[in-house]
Design a protein around this ligand. Structure first.
Ligand SMILES: [Fe+2]
Ligand SMILES: [Fe+2]
Length: 291
């Protein structure tokens, strides 16, 4: 049972959006993706897909793309990219998945999962403050996304700890993504600064000393984050995303969004104990990578 990843599928099976206009790298990209996927991924595996999934602008326009993904082997965990205009509220997307019997797709937003013995968390991300194109209004979105990342990381830890507790009495659960109580009121947590006031949270002790989390095994379990936007640029400057990943001891951060020539500006490597990897589909030649 392995974990694979590939971002930026940019599917458009029911809309007129030929991808080869973005260069020869995208010719027949759906067929190549499917062939590579079926050659290596089994139904027992999990595939992380952080954003830019479908060109559809409504759930209905995205149905064929989601059915294509659902039909591929494995459990898929999807998070949102900047081109996923079809993605409304989490409830709307999850209801749509149920209504159309898309049983192998999970949605990651403001929560985390435990897959086998690995924590999975993440958010969309945004333009970093060091980007010359970042404007004042971008900073607000950036801060909100840093807060969402922290909530997701905390929830994946909570899911792990609950699973460990359940394992003592029951079979436990391999995949958990229920909204914790404190996340039912996300308006209380719009700004990451609020996380400095952990008394608002259900398990405040988790946030006071994240390096000494409640369950001793948490420090040895593998932790993977998935973002759509790059959480770090080639300069390697620290920011809210990198600091949050470091704070909770995440080992690996996967991201997409960069295409074509932008690949050469990607940061692929280790920084303060966190490994960063670009997994945009064209960068991977449409071949899901084992992580
Ligand atoms: Fe993309
Ligand atoms: Fe993107």
């Amino acid at each position: 049972m392995s974990i694979f990843a590939i971002a930026d599928l940019h599917l458009g099976l029911s809309v007129d959006k030929p991808m080869d206009v973005f260069g020869p790298a995208w010719i027949d990209h759906v067929e190549r993706l499917e062939k590579n996927w079926r050659e290596k991924v089994t139904s027992a595996d999990t595939v992380l897909i952080p954003g830019d999934i479908s060109w559809g602008i409504s759930m209905e326009e995205t149905l064929a793309d989601l059915q294509f993904i659902d039909d591929l082997p494995g459990t898929k965990i999807l998070s949102k990219g900047n081109h996923d205009y079809w993605w409304g509220t989490t409830k709307k997307v999850e209801d749509f998945l149920v209504d159309h019997d898309l049983t192998t797709i999970k949605i990651l937003k403001n929560k985390g999962f435990v897959v086998e013995n690995t924590l999975i968390a993440g958010t969309r991300g945004w333009i970093l403050p060091e980007n010359p194109e970042s404007k004042k209004e971008d900073e607000k979105i950036y801060l909100r996304e840093v807060g969402r990342l922290e909530r997701s990381l905390v929830d994946s830890i909570r899911a792990f700890e609950e699973g460990q507790a359940e394992d003592k009495n029951t079979d436990g659960k391999a995949l958990s993504g229920d909204e914790p109580e404190q996340l039912q009121h996300p308006e209380q947590l719009q700004h990451p600064e609020q996380l400095k006031h952990p008394e608002q949270l259900k398990h405040p002790e988790q946030l006071k000393h994240p390096e000494q989390l409640k369950h001793p095994d948490i420090n040895s379990v593998r932790k993977i984050a998935m973002l759509h936007y790059p959480p770090v640029y080639e300069t390697g400057c620290e920011n809210g995303f990198t600091k949050t990943l470091e704070k909770y001891g995440f080992d690996l951060c996967l991201y997409g969004h960069l295409h074509g020539r932008a690949h050469q500006n990607a940061f692929n490597g280790e920084k303060n104990g966190v490994e960063y990897r670009l997994i945009a589909a064209d960068y991977l030649k449409f071949d899901p990578v084992k992580v």
